[in-house]
Ligand binder design. Structure first.
Ligand SMILES: [Zn+2]
Length: 367
């Protein structure tokens, strides 16, 4: 397989081109992430320290590595009085629940768990996978994750009920996957939130596949557009008195530091049958990887590691080595997921596995 000589993006990345030295256009237009610094973050926290209220801030936690680290930093390093909140996603793996329990016990933090109608999430996932399988389109893959989006609405609700004016979450700047923006016709160079254009693209593409036209699925899509993240219109209105901060806009995201600290200080772990700790907490991630592998022969990890290489946070050889190891379909996990979602007819998913195996073998032969 031919990859960019500077980062690791492969030749099948959407809209990729290479110069004479084998360096890709994604590298040429890349703008390094800039951080506001830890002092700026601490200064932003100051106005929210208020002994009159039971909590200074709310931290959404999934049991994954980044949100666990945010909780640790807020409580231990910044001495904030934190309430944790957890969406009980029906596809969460048990280790993630154990991580939440361990972290909250160790740090002495209370946690509010909520579920958003397990049935609704399962059905939305099943319908989006079944529709996608009818006519696989890489641009529509993100719809399978839509069941989690309404959780933000409930997180803001928890903040309001407990009179907490600050939410701190652990989104990391390298996770904005550039090729997905290219797929839906949005320039990878634009930093602005382009949710509207993503939805226009999704609706246009869905018109070619009527299997998507299920009331529950469409309703979840509409609500995720209006309420699906802190930048959405609905949450900006509802959360006018609530400040939302991302730790990793201030403090550099560093995988080694994060893993070392959460392992040592919180007893954090991930299932040893998985090749990577990234997003291990939800099984849907494995299905998403399979869908990208079957249609584009790459996954989010290519883009994520390419960014880390450009930022000098990972060397290229390590990234290539990791991709070889990690970009294997997780057959067992996907089997459990399909069962949990009630997808009984797995013939089409089996076809995806076969397609992925054939294209991976072909790429290994080439390169
Ligand atoms: Zn490159």
């Amino acid at each position: 397989m031919n990859r960019c000589q500077k980062c690791v993006l492969p030749e099948q990345t959407p809209n990729i081109t290479f110069d004479d030295s084998g360096v890709c256009n994604y590298c040429h237009t890349y703008r390094p992430v800039s951080y506001q610094g830890e002092d700026a973050f601490i200064a932003r926290l100051e106005p929210f320290r208020n002994g009159a209220r039971p909590y200074d801030c709310l931290v959404p936690i999934s049991g994954g590595r980044d949100s666990s680290y945010v909780l640790l930093k807020l409580v231990k390093d910044y001495k904030m009085r934190v309430l944790a909140v957890n969406y009980e996603n029906p596809f969460t793996v048990p280790q993630a629940r154990t991580n939440i329990k361990n972290a909250c016990q160790t740090l002495g933090v209370e946690v509010v768990h909520f579920c958003n109608g397990d049935k609704n999430h399962r059905i939305t996932f099943r319908q989006s996978v079944e529709a996608w399988l009818q006519r696989p389109s890489p641009g529509l893959i993100p719809i399978v994750c839509i069941g989690c989006k309404p959780a933000w609405w409930h997180i803001y609700g928890v903040a309001r009920r407990h009179h907490i004016p600050l939410i701190v979450s652990g989104g990391n700047p390298y996770e904005v996957i550039s090729y997905k923006r290219e797929l839906v016709g949005i320039s990878r160079d634009e930093a602005a939130n382009k949710a509207f254009y993503k939805y226009v693209y999704a609706i246009r593409t869905m018109l070619q596949n009527r299997a998507y036209f299920k009331p529950r699925l469409l309703l979840t899509m509409a609500s995720s557009y209006l309420l699906g993240n802190p930048n959405s219109l609905g949450l900006k209105l509802v959360g006018r008195n609530i400040t939302w901060l991302e730790l990793f806009n201030f403090v550099p995201w560093n995988e080694t530091t994060i893993l070392n600290r959460i392992r040592q200080e919180l007893g954090w772990d991930y299932p040893q049958n998985l090749p990577s700790s990234w997003r291990f907490d939800c099984r849907v991630k494995h299905m998403v990887d399979l869908m990208y592998l079957a249609t584009l022969q790459l996954t989010d990890k290519e883009d994520f590691y390419a960014k880390l290489v450009r930022e000098g946070r990972m060397d290229r050889a390590t990234a290539v080595q990791r991709l070889t190891l990690e970009n294997k379909p997780q057959i067992e996990e996907i089997g459990i997921l399909l069962d949990q979602a009630g997808i009984r007819d797995t013939a089409l998913v089996d076809a995806l596995f076969a397609q992925t195996a054939v294209s991976q073998a072909a790429m290994e032969t080439v390169g």
